[in-house]
Ligand binder design. Sequence first.
Ligand code: GTP
Length: 202
Amino acid sequence: MTLWCGDEPLVLASQSRARRLLLENAGLACEAVPADVDERAIQSEAGLVAPYEVALHLATAKARAVAAIRPGSYVLGADQTLALGERMFNKPAGRQQAMHQLLALAGRTHALHSAIAVVRNGEVLFSHVAVAWMTMRTLSESDVAAYLDTAGQAVMSSVGAYQLEGLGVHLFDRIDGDHFTILGLPLLPLLAYFRDARLLRF
Ligand SMILES: Nc1nc2c(ncn2[C@@H]2O[C@H](COP(=O)(O)OP(=O)(O)OP(=O)(O)O)[C@@H](O)[C@H]2O)c(=O)[nH]1
């Protein structure tokens, strides 16, 4: 059963399991078609530096890339950036980088910008950027090592090296923002758009 009632399917232009599960748990069956794009090259060519602009530009680029090979479909692209002051982080390449990133974030507040864009036949029908402010506990190197030992390889799939709905919750003192934004998909404004566009059964 799906709540999607569009005359064409919903396609998620993302490899993210978290994003796909958020949509499926909301009753929106979708086809996942990761966008085959070079995110760093797109960001560099656009000359963007503001975290929310980077997230929006990449989400739109991913949606456009998949919409070009799925004519007629409603294609949802998404992207999340993590910023600590002027410094932006990407997904850690391995344990050592995850250790360094988490020690840099510890005891401070970083911003997660999550952007979404819906593209159909080359037209951007909807886009949105949301931000969450994440205040991490003061952590020692042994604290981070124990976390990484326990959380394992999964941390490499998140831009901040944590899954908030999992063991990542132990890293934080305070969170200001929407749960879905933190997981990388601002679901409430997306559902509002789909509802207004009469693409949902209710
Ligand atoms: N489960 C979970 N995933 C998170 C959390 N925070 C960030 N993420 C994931 O971290 C990833 C952010 O990297 P992105 O570049 O936006 O997305 P991606 O995983 O590379 O996938 P694409 O959309 O194909 O680019 C996304 O998959 C988010 O869902 C969290 O707290 N929990």
